[in-house]
Design a protein around this ligand. Structure first.
Ligand SMILES: [Ca+2]
Length: 167
């Protein structure tokens, strides 16, 4: 009897750990480990693969802004994320401008722009995480996600982008 109970507990623990692993696995991640942008692009900014600095492996995406706004590194998640579900969007950012810069995450649907959260200060010379939880809107062929900094002529680096289902 004790042995059966032990086995039952073991099975339960295994089942729970499998469920947990499925829950925490990101639905999307990009580390640029292969030295390719894999669809990440720029608008009012130059986006290129870089070995200057990296949070993981040898590569990150380098973004050089060409305006004090509307600059971005972007990716269209249309069809990849489920409308009505909440996801945690995470990017790691780095720059060496010598000052504190404020970054934010945005989503674009046509002419409609919404910040996923507030501005977050990214200090100079330190990889820093920017993370927001946001419920994905109903969309058809565009649900554009991007990172923005309200400063022109800034070079910054993005790495270890991940999206995780919250509920
Ligand atoms: Ca990387």
């Amino acid at each position: 009897m004790r042995r059966v109970l032990y086995l039952l507990v073991l099975v339960l623990v295994l089942a729970l750990s499998v469920a947990y692993a499925q829950e925490v696995a990101p639905v999307f991640q990009e580390n640029f480990a292969e030295g390719k942008l894999n669809g990440w692009a720029g608008a009012n900014a130059t986006v290129e693969i870089s070995k200057d600095f990296a949070k993981s492996d040898q590569y990150s995406a380098k973004v050089t802004t060409h305006g004090s706004g509307w600059n971005r590194i972007e990716y269209n998640f249309a069809g990849k994320l489920e409308a009505g579900k909440k996801y945690e969007f995470t990017v790691w950012l780095y720059h060496e401008t010598g000052e504190n810069l404020e970054f934010h995450l945005v989503r674009k649907l046509g002419d409609n722009y919404t910040w996923l959260g507030g501005n977050v200060v990214i200090p100079s010379g330190q990889w820093t995480k920017l993370s927001n939880i946001y419920e994905v809107d109903a969309h058809t062929n565009e649900w554009l996600f991007f990172v923005e900094v309200y400063k022109e002529g800034v070079a910054y680096y993005v790495d270890d982008i991940s999206i995780q289902l919250v509920e």
